[in-house]
Ligand binder design. Structure first.
Ligand code: KIV
Ligand code: NA
Length: 285
């Protein structure tokens, strides 16, 4: 199986083949995604909430996030890896943001791209410029717009974007266009009405990876902990659960505990080690 690249994903996009993306937050989940032959892995900062129990993606430190990037990158396989620029790693200054993007790229040769959340271009006058600087330095960027969890406070919570006022829809479409013009190789569009997502997808010439953006996007991404049912947390409407790992784990743990309590595990024949009879006798003597 050949490793996916920005170029191979772009070929799929041009052929109209939907691009598949899953997040991964550690070595194990990353290996699962590779072994499924998914097109790409996103090391999303949502791992702060799903895998680390934080209340917000803004809580994770850059160092903690880097530790998880490294863990994901130790798994090997065909999926292309892209990585979030976490909150606080690029907002202070362009220089600092560039240095941190380089830092992320250097964590592993498996990292093929960074992803940067950007607000509405009319209010967020900084991020498009920052993304331009990264692209002009040969650092591949996915521009994330729509619902951007790092900005949940300024957006008024985890809400659908571009579904109320004409000017919001206009600004969202312009922001996507500006991300393309800045040099992004793809856009991640989160939580917008499917008609708006279709409109954006047909009006730009780079792949649009959607989450909560309907079937008309060039591809889809889901958070692995959500789609595999790894926790019992309530899920957004746009998630479909393809697995029930939390309840599978509960069943397995309860069975283990029961067998320990009933002394049926470990089984003397299957799970134990033997010692030569004469050695044992001489020890007892
Ligand atoms: O952090 C993340 O997992 C993401 C996806 C929700 C797109 O950014
Ligand atoms: Na993210």
């Amino acid at each position: 199986i050949r490793t996916n690249t920005i170029q191979s994903l772009h070929e799929k996009y041009l052929k109209g083949i939907p691009i598949t993306v899953s997040t991964a937050h550690d070595y194990i989940t990353s290996q699962w995604v590779h072994d499924s032959n998914c097109d790409a892995i996103l090391v999303g900062d949502s791992l702060a909430m799903t895998a680390l129990g934080y209340d917000s993606t803004t809580d994770i430190s850059f160092n903690e996030f880097k530790y998880h990037i490294q863990s994901v990158c130790r798994a090997q396989g065909p999926s292309m890896v892209m990585v979030d620029m976490p909150f606080g790693s690029f907002e202070s200054s362009i220089q600092m943001g560039i240095a941190n993007a380089i830092d992320i790229m250097k964590l592993s040769s498996n990292v093929a791209s960074v992803k940067v959340e950007t607000g509405p271009h009319t209010k967020d006058t900084y991020t498009i410029g920052f993304i331009k600087e990264l692209c002009s330095r040969g650092i591949p960027v996915v521009g994330h717009c729509g619902l951007t969890p790092q900005r949940s406070h300024s957006l008024g919570g985890f809400k659908v974007q571009g579904n109320k006022r004409i000017e919001d829809i206009t600004v969202l479409c312009e922001t996507a266009k500006k991300l393309e013009e800045a040099g992004c190789w793809a856009i991640l569009l989160e939580c917008v009405p499917h008609k708006v997502a279709n409109y954006i997808t047909s009006n730009i010439s780079i792949p649009v990876i959607g989450i909560g953006a309907g079937p008309g996007c060039s591809g889809q991404v889901l958070v692995i902990a959500d789609m595999l049912g790894m926790t019992q947390k309530s899920l957004p409407r746009f998630v479909k659960q393809y697995g029930q790992l939390h309840s599978n784990a509960q069943d397995a743990l309860k069975e283990y505990m029961k067998e320990v309590q009933e002394s049926t595990f470990p089984n003397k024949e299957m799970h134990t080690f033997k010692i030569k009879e004469d050695l044992w006798k001489s020890f007892l003597d």
